[in-house]
Design a protein around this ligand. Structure first.
Ligand code: AHG
Ligand code: MN
Ligand code: MN
Length: 332
């Protein structure tokens, strides 16, 4: 059965290779790295699809460096990425939401060696109830002039070479940017391959939809509370709210349909809950490439200089006009 009526048939790896071919002196190493990420997500997706059948449900019995309960699938997903990237000779450093420290995989001296950072399983508390979860990743150049992995990883989001996420939803999709637009690939479960299904995605400029965990609103800074009061009074159009609790799923809906997601500072997480390096930066890169915006309620996410690899941030992300609406109340 043909994948698309027009006969177009581009795999993710082919897409990355074609893009690389346009860079002078490209060694092909980057597409080898990305094929490792894609392989890991196919492994993670297969664990998730069989989660009730194989013994992977539930808590691992530990807490991670973020102080959060680790699910068993968090560990499996983290291991899948570490193992597949471990065989890629051009990955110098990896940093994971689940690990205490960035890890030097190998001392790579080649010019084009990379740092890969990831949230192996995003929304992991949704696993046991069969709700969509994801994997988020981002790639930076490995700066050879800075000694020590802990310092090398502290780059602003503007330095990202490529970023993406996989959403394990009703279908499995990989959304990817290398700084030249956003493309989407769908996993063909029969072929075990990601195939290009949408290219150069642009977010709607505005949509009457917002996404926030409103149960915490009494602890949000006042501007967010005023926005939430304002948005409910709108009647042309009337706004609706959607909140999955898996950032990848909430963001993906906004990428396709428009609207805004925000996770403000709360009493529990005064600096915001979401992780700058593993969550906010990659999604901000994708949002901007799709014509949207991403801020911490004031400043552009991509310009934030991290102090620590596990830094957290407030996040307002989505359609340009929706983010601007939130800013009318918040960015004062
Ligand atoms: P993770 O599972 O990687 O720790 O991320 C969970 C995050 C994110 O996916 C989601 O947007 C947010 O936590 C939900 O937080 P609340 O439960 O506080 O709404
Ligand atoms: Mn996450
Ligand atoms: Mn996670």
């Amino acid at each position: 059965m043909p994948i698309k009526q027009d006969g177009e048939f581009i795999t993710f790896t082919q897409h990355v290779q074609q893009r690389q071919a346009t860079h002078a002196g490209a060694s092909g190493q980057f597409s080898w790295l990305m094929s490792g990420v894609a392989l890991a997500t196919r492994m993670i997706g297969s664990y998730i699809r069989r989660a009730g059948l194989i013994d992977v449900w539930g808590e691992h019995g530990t807490t991670n460096v973020q102080g959060e309960t680790v699910q068993r699938l968090d560990i499996l997903a983290n291991d899948a990425l570490k193992k597949t990237l471990g065989y890629r000779g051009n990955v110098g450093i990896i940093a994971s939401e689940e690990d205490n420290e960035p890890r030097v995989l190998q001392e790579v001296t080649a010019e084009d060696s990379y740092i890969v950072m990831f949230d192996p399983l995003d929304g992991s508390s949704n696993i046991d109830v069969n709700v969509s979860v994801g994997t988020i990743f981002t790639v930076f150049k490995n700066p050879h002039n800075i000694p020590g992995a802990a310092q090398s990883v502290l780059q602003s989001g503007l330095e990202q070479v490529a970023a993406g996420y996989v959403l394990y939803g009703s279908s499995t999709v990989l959304v990817y940017t290398d700084g030249h637009g956003v493309d989407m690939f769908t996993l063909d479960p029969q072929f075990g391959t990601y195939l290009l299904t949408r290219d150069n995605i642009k977010m709607p400029v505005h949509a009457p939809q917002y996404s926030v965990n409103e149960a915490y609103s009494h602890t949000f800074p006042e501007g967010y509370r005023r926005y939430l009061d304002w948005v409910k009074l709108q009647d042309s159009p009337v706004y609706s709210s959607r909140y999955v609790g898996s950032l990848v799923a909430d963001f993906h809906r906004i990428l396709i349909k428009g609207g805004v997601f925000f996770y403000p500072p709360t009493n529990k997480a005064p600096g915001g809950k979401l992780r700058l390096m593993y969550e906010a930066n990659p999604l901000a890169f994708i949002a901007e490439q799709a014509g949207g915006l991403a801020t911490n309620g004031k400043d552009r996410v991509l310009e934030i200089k991290p102090n620590d690899v596990h830094d957290r941030t407030a996040l307002v992300i989505g359609s340009k006009k929706n983010v601007e609406e939130v800013h009318r109340f918040v960015a004062k």
